[in-house]
Design a protein around this ligand. Sequence first.
Ligand code: FAD
Length: 380
Amino acid sequence: MDFELSEEHKMLREAIKDFVEKEIAPLVDEAEAKEQFPVQLFPRMGELGYLCLGYPAEYGAGEMGMIGECIVIEEIAKIAAGIAGGLMVQGGIATEAVLVHGTEEQKQKYLVPAIKGQKIASFGLTEADAGSDVAAIQTVAVRQGDKYVINGSKIFITNSPICDFVLAAAYTDKGLGASKGMSLFIVEKDIPGFTCSTMDKFGFRSSATGEVVFEDCVVPGENLIGEEGRGFQYLMEALDGGRISHSARSIGLAEAAYEAALNYAQQRVQFGQPIYKFQVNSFKLAKMAMDIEVARWLMYRAAWLYDQGFRRIKEAAMTKLFSSEVVCRVTTDAMQMHGGYALMSDSSVHRYFRDARFCTITEGTSEIQEIVISRAIGLR
Ligand SMILES: Cc1cc2nc3c(=O)[nH]c(=O)nc-3n(C[C@H](O)[C@H](O)[C@H](O)COP(=O)(O)OP(=O)(O)OC[C@H]3O[C@@H](n4cnc5c(N)ncnc54)[C@H](O)[C@@H]3O)c2cc1C
């Protein structure tokens, strides 16, 4: 067993910390206030090789595995979990199926520009009446000669207001059910019939979230990913990686809240002493530190399994579930530790608390992770 990061990964962490401090931190307040993802980060991070870090070098990516991706997401989430979310989608669920099942032409046209930050990707699965119940989607793609005509709508789609393309799930044959009748398509945002409106959120405000409508969108047959009818399977494969990097975001956010609480408890004086000297507060901080430590090990182990190509469905669900529960606990305790100051809208700890609420919902709710874990341990 080896509990150390490789030298390469340690260097990556130092480099990304420096980048976050110099180039992301100055953008956060405006992005949060205006609810706008700072899009200039895509080409800049692409240029520096920080996007899609787990992807192979042959497409211009860093090839630093899921561990590398988690390091980057964790560090960025410490400063802005919303921004981390937009980047996480680009290097994961919105492009993984293209990497694994796409044609060489699709990779050159969509994946390589995504890695370089020249194109922004989003992933469209959820619909108004199909959240956890993915099979209930209504979007359809009807083949007409060598093209498909797509109709339907998607909701809560990260990056969609700023994207160049959506990797969208649609039924090509609903009669065959999700496992054989659902397919994945790349839909470019500037084709006729594609519209997107921005959704207003109380957290993750520095990410862009939108509702997408496809109205008679005609996409060429070559935009189908892999085989027709295999989309559901491709999605399920991509979910593991998505859940692991989602954990990195929850953990980065929890670390930020913990640091804020620790600093505040050392500075805030009541009854003639810093408030950490009250045992109730020092024990609270001790538990926060322990929770984060456990969550990080669970996440890095799942990332390691992923990088080794081992089965990791259970571990990916466990780390997603655990880290999102930890971030909710830690941010709640950090709020309490800050007293009334936490309740002011401009306090960072208040932002962490709001952002944490999203972690138990996105990328599959906690209850869905519990179902996945129950199945994995043979209970369903
Ligand atoms: C900020 C944000 C960004 C997002 N980004 C994307 C994106 O980029 N792409 C995308 O496709 N989607 C995205 N989503 C959608 C997200 O994945 C869904 O919100 C999530 O899967 C839950 O679906 P739902 O909101 O419809 O809730 P529902 O599925 O309606 O769930 C409501 C409640 O019922 C519970 N529940 C549902 N089914 C069961 C069950 N079988 N057993 C027990 N409890 C159950 C849930 O756990 C939850 O507590 C995003 C959402 C948000 C808020």
